[in-house]
Design a protein around this ligand. Structure first.
Ligand code: CA2
Length: 149
């Protein structure tokens, strides 16, 4: 049975492609989902694709990934990146590789976006590649999974 990778998106990412195209581009979250499914399929993985505007629901998704023995998680915590100790604690608790993804280069934007609680527990961080960053995270998780046997 193909191993599953969770792709979890935080608040407001449901608006992708409909607002602020100058910052986040014209691709929608449905386009991101298709990109993730295509890359995962090429690599022999399946995708659980989630989005929530609620912090606790993101914690629930992370715990679900653990319970379902997922290979790992690609997580764009969006606005919770800079504030959420609860999401940090969930990542520490689930003991799965979590790749933090940001569409934009958070280091080239406002100073407050640079601090990430999630980075303290993430296996790796990808930012600035646009939505291609999600595909890179899936490739990285697939490589890690192969390495671990
Ligand atoms: O670059 C990213 O992926 C971010 O995680 C996006 C977050 C932002 O708070 C982070 O600093 C960087 C914002 C997501 C909001 O998404 C929108 C998409 C379209 C229109 C408005 C918001």
């Amino acid at each position: 049975m193909a191993k599953t990778i969770y792709v979890i998106n935080g608040p407001n990412l449901n608006l992708l492609g409909t607002r602020e195209p100058g910052i986040y581009g014209r691709f929608t979250l449905a386009d991101v989902e298709k990109l993730c499914r295509d890359r995962a399929k090429d690599l022999g993985f399946e995708i659980e694709f989630r989005q929530s505007n609620r912090e606790g629901e993101i914690v629930d998704f992370l715990q679900e990934a653990r319970a379902r023995q997922a290979a790992g998680v690609a997580l764009n915590p969006a606005g919770y990146t800079t504030t959420s100790v609860a999401i940090l604690d969930a990542i520490l608790a689930i003991e799965l590789p979590v790749i933090e993804v940001h569409i934009t280069n958070i280091h080239a934007r406002e100073e407050f976006r640079r601090h990430s609680y999630v980075s303290k527990a993430a296996k790796a961080v990808i930012c600035g590649f646009g939505i291609e960053g999600y595909a890179l995270a899936i490739s990285g998780l697939a490589a890690l999974t192969e390495k671990r046997g």
